[in-house]
Design a protein around this ligand. Structure first.
Ligand code: UDP
Length: 236
């Protein structure tokens, strides 16, 4: 693997095949509340890698530009090296999590329209919410880039909401990261139960990281169920 270029909360970054690529390895570490809660969940890296790879490949088939070049092994992917835009894009289809808390809306409340919101990607500051004029004022992204990210976010939401619905799962909300490479904006990072809220449509059971955040138990059983169902619908 060579030397670690960067270590994040849930991933390791290594040199890639050339200066335009990097290798990302998923770790088993689970963190929440800005790293305050931390545990090793053996097998999480492999589950998230496989789930995210299925999703990224599916999005690429649907015309979304992503950083994924190829799957290297069950916890490693080769991706295009991109300059990460330090803004997290959050899409919400139902009220949950911080939105429910901040605005006093019960979790699961239907929304009259899909919400796209942004937060500053900063562990030190606890990822505070940030609006478009604040983002452009700080030079984090240009107006055109934000428009592109927002358009992609809506498109990805449509594609993935349908995919998960086929798997009898409600895509409640999720977080996206984008990066710049070769004059393009690419979808980067991962899409997995660590970065999405995924509820069983029939029972409402949670299959995502809220099991870890809220000590609901059997965290990885939820992730395994997501993978099992995604494989089922993708093999059809
Ligand atoms: N999310 C994430 N990383 C973050 C913040 C949020 O992946 O740093 C995901 C989270 O898993 C959920 C969605 O984005 O699917 C919305 O999260 P929310 O703003 O409700 O924050 P949370 O309740 O997770 O603190």
């Amino acid at each position: 693997m060579g030397e670690v270029l960067y270590e994040g909360k849930s991933k390791l970054v290594y040199r890639g095949e050339d200066e335009n690529s990097i290798l990302i390895r998923y770790k088993d570490t689970a963190t929440a509340f800005n790293g305050e809660k931390k545990e090793e969940l053996i097998g999480k890296g492999k589950l998230n890698a496989e789930i995210s790879n299925i999703i990224f490949k599916y999005l690429a088939e649907k015309g979304i530009k992503t950083h994924l070049i190829k799957v290297v092994d069950d916890i490693s992917v080769l991706v295009r090296k991109a300059e990460i835009i330090m803004v997290e894009v959050i899409v919400r289809n139902l009220a949950a999590g911080s939105f429910s808390k901040k605005y006093g809306v019960p979790e699961g409340t239907e929304l009259r329209n899909t919400i796209v919101e942004f937060s500053l990607k900063s562990d030190a500051l606890g990822d505070p919410m940030i609006n478009e004029s604040q983002i452009t004022a700080l030079g984090l992204a240009a107006k055109e880039e934000l428009e592109e990210m927002t358009e992609q976010a809506f498109k990805i939401n449509g594609i993935l909401s349908d995919l998960f619905e086929e798997a009898d799962i409600r895509l409640v909300d999720f977080k996206l990261e984008f990066g710049r490479a070769g004059g393009e904006i690419l979808l980067c990072d991962e899409i997995s139960p660590d970065s999405c809220r995924l509820w069983d449509i029939s029972s409402g059971e949670k299959f995502d990281k809220d099991r870890f955040r809220r000590n609901l138990g059997n965290v990885l059983d939820g992730y395994k169920e997501v993978l099992r169902r995604l494989k089922n619908v993708r093999q059809k």
